[in-house]
Design a protein around this ligand. Structure first.
Ligand code: ADP
Ligand code: MG
Length: 624
C-alpha cells in the first residue's frame, strides 16, 4: 500500500468544493455516471477497432445503495484504470483542474456547472461523501487491480486488490448531512432527471414484471423480478430523420413529457455538423390559454447528458414556447448565463435554430397548405412574435405568415395585396388593409365593409398592434385600418363628391340639437353626408389613437398613452331620413338623439349597465 499527498498547492480544496458548490450538490451523480459512460464507450470503441480482444456483449452501469454501510456505488464495465492511470488522472490532472478552478472562480461562482469544465467532475463526489473509494481494473492485459481511497484531506492511499472484473466501482461513503442520497426514490429521481437518455444502459434496483405464459384457457400470469433499467440509450434525436416515422416522433414526445396528453402539432429535426455540432428535435405544441410555460420546457443535453431546461440565450425568445430536446457538445455549458449570451457560437446556434424553424414552417406551407392553414390558429402567436422580434425570421415568414379573412379564406400578405389592389387603394395610392380584432363586437362594421366588396382580415392576437406597425414600416404604401376606425367612406378615401340632402342651415341646426345631448368630453361630433341607407349615427375610434393606446398597454414604449381617456368620433349621417325626423319633431328631439346614440353604442359594444337599462326603457316608451 502506498500513501501520498495529492498534488496540490491550494491548501485544502475540499472545504471550497463543499462550500461553493453546495447549492447544486446533486450533480455529483451526473458527473460520476458520465465518467462511467465515458469509460464504457471508450472500451466499446477499443473492441470495435480490435484493440481489445473478444466480445464485449452489452455492458451496463449499475447504481447500488447499501443502506447498512451508508454507501452509494457506481459500477461500470468500462476501460478501468491502471495504478499509473489513477495516479495521473485522479491525483494529478483532476487536481490541477481543480486548482485552476479555485484560482479563477474563488469569488464569483455563478454557475456550479463550471465543475465539469475544469475536470472537477470526479471530485464533486466530495460534496456528498466523507470518504470516496475507487476500485478499478484496467482492460489492459495483465493489469493489477487497485483501490484508491481518500477521506477529504489531501492524503490518499493506493493499494493492490483482488478484483476480477474489468471496470471501475466508485464507492461514496455518504455524509450524515447528505443521507438523502441513500434513498432509492431520490436516486431514482436523479437518474431519471440527468441520465434518462444516456447511451449506456443504467441499472438501478429491480422491479416486478407480469408476464402472460401460455395461451387461451391455459394462459397464466407470472410475476418475475427484472432489472430496473432507467434509461433509453437510443433516444429519437440520435437517430437519422430518414429512420424515423411520424409515430416515432410522437412517441418520443410522450416519452419526454409523460404528463402531456395533447399531441404536438409538428416537429423539427435538427441536425448540423458545421460550424458546430447540434442535434435535437423541437415540437410545436398546441398553445392553450392555461398552458404552463414554466413546465415541460425544451431540454438541453450534452452528449445525451441532461444539463438544464433553461435554454434562455440558446433558443431565441420566441421559440421558448416550443418543446423538445437540443443536444450539443459545443455549447459552453459550464459558464455563466451572461457569458453565454455574448458567446459567438451560441449566437450562431440561436440563428441556426431560427432558420431551421422558418424553413420547416415554409416546407409545411408549401407541401400541405390546407394542413398549415388548419394549424395557423395554434401557431400564429409564436410566428407573429418571431416576426416582431427577429428580422431574419420576419423576412422568411413573409412566405408563410397567414392573414385569415373573416369569410374563411387565408392569404399571405402578397396574395392579399393582389386581391385588394383594385378595390382598396385610396386616392393617395395607399393600399388599405381592413382588419377586425373581434368578429362579433365589430360585426356591423364588418358587414358595411363587406357590402362595399372590401376584404376584412381577422387579426386578434394581443401583439397585433405592434405587428401591423412593423408591417407598415416594411411595406411602403400599405396601411392597416380597423373596420371601426372611421365611417365606411373614410376608411378608404376615394375621389367622390358627396351630395348633402340638408341645407347648411338645417345642418347647423341639427348639429346644435345633437351637441346639446351628446357629452362633449367623450364624443367629437362630425357631420357627414353619407349614403342614405347608411346608419344615422356611427361611433368610430381613429386607428392611430387606438393602436398606440393598445401598444402602450401591451408594452411598447408609448408611455402615458395607456392612461388617455376613451375618446370617440360620433359620425352623423346627415342624409339618413332620421335627420329629417329629428329636425321636424315637435317634442322628443332629445329622446331621438339619445336613442340613436345608444344604438350606435350598442353596435360598438359600448352600451352597459345603467345606460343599457335606460335604453331599454326608452325603447319601450317609443314603441307606444
Ligand atoms: P473528466 O471526466 O472531465 O475527464 P473527471 O474529474 O470527471 O474529469 O475525471 C477525471 C479522469 O479520471 C477521467 O478523465 C478518466 O481518465 C478518469 N476516470 C474517472 N472516472 C472513471 C471511470 N469510471 N473509469 C475510468 N476512468 C475514469
Ligand atoms: Mg467527468
Amino acid at each position: 500500500m502506498s500513501k501520498g499527498n495529492i498534488n496540490i498547492s491550494t491548501e485544502n480544496i475540499f472545504p471550497i468544493i463543499k462550500k461553493f458548490l453546495y447549492s447544486d450538490h446533486e450533480i455529483f451523480l451526473r458527473e460520476l455516471v458520465s465518467n462511467a459512460t465515458d469509460a464504457t464507450l471508450k472500451l466499446k470503441h477499443l473492441f470495435s477497432i480490435g484493440e481489445a480482444k473478444g466480445e464485449y456483449g452489452t455492458p451496463q452501469i449499475e447504481i447500488k445503495i447499501d443502506k447498512k454501510k451508508k454507501t452509494l456505488h457506481i459500477i461500470d464495465q468500462g476501460v478501468g484504470m491502471t495504478k499509473e492511470e489513477v495516479e495521473k488522472y485522479i491525483n494529478e490532472i483532476a487536481f490541477s483542474g481543480a486548482e485552476e478552478f479555485v484560482e479563477k472562480y474563488k469569488d464569483k461562482i455563478e454557475d456550479s456547472g463550471i465543475i465539469g469544465r475544469f475536470g472537477l467532475g470526479f471530485y464533486s463526489a466530495f460534496m456528498v461523501a466523507d470518504k470516496v473509494e475507487i476500485l478499478t481494473k484496467s482492460y489492459k492485459k495483465g493489469s493489477q487491480a487497485v483501490r484508491w481511497e481518500c477521506d477529504g484531506s489531501p492524503v490518499y492511499t493506493l493499494e493492490n486488490i483482488d478484483k476480477k472484473e474489468i471496470g471501475t466501482e466508485i464507492i461514496l461513503h455518504i455524509s450524515k448531512e447528505e443521507k438523502g442520497f441513500l434513498e432509492e426514490n431520490k436516486i431514482n429521481e436523479l437518474l431519471t432527471k440527468y441520465n434518462r437518455f444516456m447511451p449506456i444502459s443504467i441499472k438501478h434496483g429491480t422491479r416486478e414484471e407480469t408476464k402472460t405464459i401460455g395461451e387461451g384457457d391455459d394462459a397464466k400470469e407470472e410475476k418475475t423480478i427484472v432489472d430496473n433499467i432507467i434509461n433509453n440509450p437510443t433516444p429519437a434525436w440520435t437517430k437519422k430523420p430518414s429512420d424515423l416515422k411520424e409515430e416515432d416522433y410522437k412517441s418520443f414526445y410522450r416519452e419526454l413529457y409523460p404528463m402531456q396528453f395533447e399531441e404536438p402539432l409538428f416537429n423539427i429535426h435538427l441536425n448540423v455538423d458545421y460550424p458546430f455540432h447540434l442535434t435535437g428535435i423541437l415540437y410545436f405544441p398546441r398553445i392553450t390559454k392555461n398552458m404552463d410555460i414554466q413546465k415541460d420546457r425544451i431540454q438541453l443535453y450534452q452528449n445525451q447528458v441532461f444539463v438544464t431546461d433553461n435554454v434562455e440565450g440558446i433558443v431565441p425568445d420566441f421559440l421558448q414556447m416550443l418543446r423538445g430536446v437540443i443536444d450539443s457538445p459545443d455549447i459552453p455549458l459550464n459558464v455563466s448565463r451572461s457569458y453565454l449570451q455574448s458567446d459567438g457560437a451560441v449566437k450562431k446556434i440561436s440563428g441556426y435554430i431560427t432558420k431551421k424553424v422558418a424553413d420547416k414552417l415554409n416546407s409545411i406551407f408549401k407541401k400541405d397548405r390546407k394542413d398549415f392553414e388548419a394549424k395557423w390558429e395554434d401557431i400564429k402567436l409564436i410566428i407573429e412574435y418571431g416576426m416582431l422580434s427577429e428580422d431574419k425570421f420576419f423576412d422568411k415568414a413573409q412566405k408563410f405568415a397567414l392573414y385569415p379573412m373573416v369569410d374563411g379564406a387565408n392569404y399571405t400578405l402578397e396574395e392579399l395585396k393582389k386581391k385588394i389592389k383594385d378595390n382598396q387603394t385610396d386616392k393617395d395610392d395607399n393600399l388599405i388593409v381592413l382588419y377586425t380584432s373581434d368578429k362579433d363586437k365589430q360585426h356591423s362594421y364588418i358587414e358595411t365593409a363587406q357590402a362595399k366588396g372590401y376584404k376584412v382580415v381577422l387579426l386578434d392576437s394581443p401583439i397585433v398592434p405592434h405587428l401591423i406597425q412593423k408591417l407598415e414600416t416594411e411595406n411602403e404604401k400599405v396601411k392597416f385600418t380597423r373596420v371601426d376606425a372611421d365611417f365606411i367612406d373614410n376608411l378608404i378615401k376615394k375621389e367622390d363628391t358627396k351630395i348633402s340632402k340638408l341645407s347648411d342651415d338645417e345642418k347647423s341646426k341639427l348639429e346644435g340639437i345633437i351637441k346639446e345631448v351628446v357629452p362633449a368630453e367623450k364624443y367629437t361630433v362630425q357631420m357627414e353626408a353619407l349614403d342614405s341607407s347608411e346608419n344615422p349615427f356611427i361611433i368610430t375610434q381613429p386607428e392611430f389613437m387606438r393602436r398606440y393606446k393598445e401598444m402602450s398597454q401591451t408594452g411598447g414604449g408609448m408611455m402615458g398613452m395607456g392612461e388617455m381617456p376613451e375618446m370617440y368620433n360620433l359620425i352623423i349621417n346627415t342624409n339618413n331620413p332620421l335627420m329629417d325626423k329629428i329636425l321636424k319633431a315637435k317634442k322628443n328631439k332629445a329622446k331621438y338623439v339619445n336613442q340613436a346614440l345608444d344604438l350606435a353604442k350598442l353596435s360598438q359594444s359600448l352600451l352597459t349597465g345603467k345606460e343599457m337599462t335606460e335604453f331599454i326603457k326608452r325603447s319601450f316608451e317609443l314603441m307606444k
